[in-house]
Design a protein around this ligand. Structure first.
Ligand code: 4AD
Ligand code: MG
Length: 465
């Protein structure tokens, strides 16, 4: 069969690039079929956009194959494009030929009724064929493009950092080991695992962040960004945590914390605007079926100035709040999601950038403030999702950095000589952050669970498909 001459539904219904009366070939999956005595209607979706195109078949009794064309079947439909009489669609197809390509019997799990997201997670191999997951995956693709466009237009270079790493950037120890050891027979020396015997001759992990290597490139190329998968073995079964997620990490040489905040704010606004303008049809679906407030929220964020508030001020505000928190607040505690959400949803009612966190609770690489007890960290918090960005100005002073790494008790400090080396020669102030791609998509689509914005989520006890 000649598949190349087909027309994608988006070209007809979204881009409006096909003239009425043209002969078109549609290849797709049947969403619904209605057959009556004199006429039959087949609605086909090909994944190129949210909309289905309707095929109209006169004299259905002449087309016995209709009996086998059911929801879920794949078909080739050929006919004349005409203006539609029906409501809600601009064009339809007067079908001249309809071929069944792949049957779907009644055991096909996605019938026309609405299914719960929980159920659809169990059939993640088929859920891309639903409206919701078609839209999620299309928006995901467009936003990935927008990310590259944003940074490339600004002159940032896209760099690739390794996925296999011998360091722990966040120092949280949430690492997945990589090994080729025979697990029944792990070599030991003096009672300890002998990593020198392992594949890389060292203890290695899946990376939690590309930042450390990103800094090496930024202090040579100026402005860079990474965009790739990262891995965390946190055993947190929440709607916002995944064990494998994608992160965008820009890093700028010759930059301080304010520059970092400006970039983060501009970047988020760019992505939200891009989604509204370039994914209008899919976004309208999310606004109608997933979150009625979605457009108001996103438009509000695009026009609002993000609140900037120091950690210390935020703690004072939380202490004064009437709210009873599960985790009590006082200066020095790591903020819990309930605190973050209270700040962004109840107090400021818009995105907030918190900065200057206590040194004790933040990773080794953040620049120490003159007060000695806070570091130049920043987190961007947004309503509903909470933390969406984490970043900082980096410690560029060799002695201060080394002392702080020692104080933090970093394992295998010798392994980080290269990270310290860029502070030995030609050190410069620099700053960067990480945006969780999947969390950004949650915010953009209004989807409430990270498992539903990633095609094949990895979370504790779940690595199917
Ligand atoms: O705050 P995090 O841990 O920061 C870093 O990794 C820095 N090295 C980034 C940098 O400065 N270059 O993670 C950054 C973001 C978070 O704000 C969050 O959006 C996302 O990554 N994130 C997760 N997303 C999904 N599941 C998880 N388990 C996540 N952990 C972090
Ligand atoms: Mg963080």
């Amino acid at each position: 069969m000649d598949y190349k001459t087909r027309t994608k539904i988006a070209v007809i219904l979204i881009e409006d690039r096909v003239a009425v009366d043209s002969d078109v070939i549609i290849l797709g999956w049947v969403r619904t079929i209605r057959v009556s005595k004199n006429v039959a209607f087949v609605e086909v979706n090909d994944g190129s956009c949210m909309k289905n195109i309707q095929g109209v078949i006169e004299q259905p009794e002449n087309l016995p194959v209709l009996d086998k064309i059911t929801t879920g079947a794949s078909v080739r439909m050929q006919g004349r494009l005409v203006a539609s009489q029906g409501k809600g669609q601009k064009y339809e197809i007067e079908v001249k030929s309809l071929l069944l390509v792949g049957e779907a019997d009644t055991s096909y799990p996605i019938q026309t009724k609405r299914h719960s997201f929980e159920f659809l997670r169990e059939i993640a191999h088929l859920r891309p064929r639903t409206n919701t997951f078609g839209a999620v995956n299309r928006v995901r693709s467009k936003i990935a493009y927008a990310i590259h466009k944003f940074y490339q237009d600004k002159g940032f270079y896209y760099i690739h950092t390794p996925l296999i790493s011998a360091s722990d950037c966040e120092g949280a120890g949430d690492l997945f080991h990589i090994t080729t050891f025979d697990l029944d027979n792990i070599p030991r020396k003096d009672g300890q695992i002998d990593w020198h015997e392992d594949f890389f001759g060292d203890e290695t992990y899946l990376t939690v962040s590309g930042q450390l290597e990103g800094e090496l490139l930024a202090t040579a190329l100026g402005d860079i960004y990474t965009f790739g998968p990262t891995f965390r073995a946190e055993n947190s079964n929440t709607s916002r945590h995944a064990s494998e997620f994608w992160m965008i990490e820009p890093e700028m040489a010759w930059a301080e914390l304010d520059d970092n905040m400006d970039l983060a704010e501009e970047f988020l606004k760019y992505l939200f605007r891009f989604a509204l303008e370039e994914c209008a049809d899919d976004m309208e679906f999310f606004g109608r079926w997933v979150d009625k407030e979605l457009h108001r929220t996103l438009e509000g964020v695009i026009t609002a100035e993000f609140e900037r508030c120091s950690y210390t001020e935020a703690i004072t505000l939380l202490e004064k709040a009437k709210q009873k928190f599960e985790f009590p607040v006082k200066w020095g505690v790591d903020m819990q999601s309930e605190h973050e959400r209270y700040l962004t949803e109840k107090i400021f009612k818009k995105p907030v950038i918190l900065y200057d966190y206590p040194e004790e609770i933040k990773s080794f690489y953040m620049r120490v403030n003159d007060d000695g007890r806070t570091v130049r960290a920043m987190d961007v918090l947004v309503p509903k999702v909470g933390e969406i960005i984490g970043g900082s100005q980096r410690e560029e002073r060799y002695d201060v950095l080394k002392a702080r790494m020692e104080k933090k008790g970093i394992k295998n400090l010798d392994n980080y000589y290269w990270y310290l080396d860029i502070r030995r020669w030609g050190s410069v102030p620099h700053a960067g952050f990480g945006l969780g791609f999947d969390r950004a998509l949650m915010y953009i689509t209004g989807m409430a669970n990270i498992r539903d914005v990633t095609p094949f989520p990895r979370v504790p006890n779940w690595a199917k498909f």
